[in-house]
Design a protein around this ligand. Structure first.
Ligand SMILES: [Zn+2]
Length: 267
């Protein structure tokens, strides 16, 4: 790799986030790269018939690219190899909504110019897990919980924020930024009043290693509560409002309605 100020030739891996038409024959492609974070690529001739890099710039494709990375402005792709696609994510609109939200959340946490470090392999693992059929809602919760730190919110899920006790009955307090043991519930009248199962899985999922996650199953009820809890934390404490999240919420609402209308339907 040669670095010349803000432009460098590089080999890098990436995940295509989205693309859009640009001018008459070209495209702009946003790729999450392993070492340079999110980058916008100008792909000349991408809309011409028979364009040879076509498969490498489809959303939810991973590949090894060779090209020019610019710190400011657009970057460029010269060659591509090892192209693969997250097939299930591409075919299933709900999985697609989850994956799009995850990428959007990471983009919100890191911005455009910052490398992701350990978060790149984590995101690759999260998308692969979803693609391989692990529960997309739980994988998303793991990403949300573990990303909180990158948004400047680092809830203490180890023990009571007042006395440090690590076992027993806990609740979560947004204003104290962490757990409260039952003895200290009185310090926050607005504690979240979570049930113990939800608290347990918040603590557990916050520590799960995405790179080693092979299977995970939770009760439907617990999943709904985790979703609500994380929505509350993201709305109140993080304060990001992402379009892909609103889209995902709509999809989930529609799914719920279908389930209500037809009890016993297979998911
Ligand atoms: Zn305590």
């Amino acid at each position: 790799m040669v670095s010349l100020g803000t432009t460098r030739m590089a080999e890098f891996e990436g995940i295509v986030m989205f693309r859009r038409d640009y001018r008459e024959r070209d495209m702009l492609v946003k790729i999450l790269t392993d070492h340079y974070g999110f980058k916008m690529f100008f792909v000349r001739g991408a809309r011409k018939r028979g364009f040879k890099l076509g498969a490498a710039i489809l959303p939810f494709t991973t590949a090894s690219y060779t090209g020019t990375i610019n710190d400011d402005g657009l970057s460029f792709i010269d060659a591509v190899k090892d192209v693969a696609q997250y097939q299930q994510i591409c075919q299933d609109i709900l999985l697609n909504a989850y994956a799009t939200y995850i990428l959007g959340l990471v983009a919100a946490a890191f911005g455009d110019a910052r490398p992701l470090g350990i978060w790149y392999p984590r995101i690759v693992a999260a998308l692969a897990a979803i693609d391989h059929g692990l529960d997309a809602g739980i994988v998303t919760n793991i990403v949300e919980l573990q990303l909180l730190e990158n948004f400047g919110v680092k809830p203490n899920l180890k023990g009571c924020v007042i006395c440090g006790r690590q076992s027993g009955t806990f609740d979560f307090s947004e204003s104290y930024g962490g757990l409260l043991c039952q003895q200290h519930w009185s310090v926050d009248r607005n504690r979240m009043h979570l049930d113990q199962r939800t608290v347990y899985f918040m603590r557990f999922l916050a520590r799960v290693d995405l790179l080693r996650l092979r299977s995970i199953n939770l009760k439907e009820e617990t999943k709904v509560k985790l979703r609500d809890t994380l929505d509350q934390i993201y709305n109140n404490d993080v304060g990001v409002s992402l379009k892909p999240k609103h889209f995902l919420d709509e999809m989930l609402k529609q799914n719920q309605n279908i389930l209500k209308l037809r009890p016993g339907i297979d998911k």
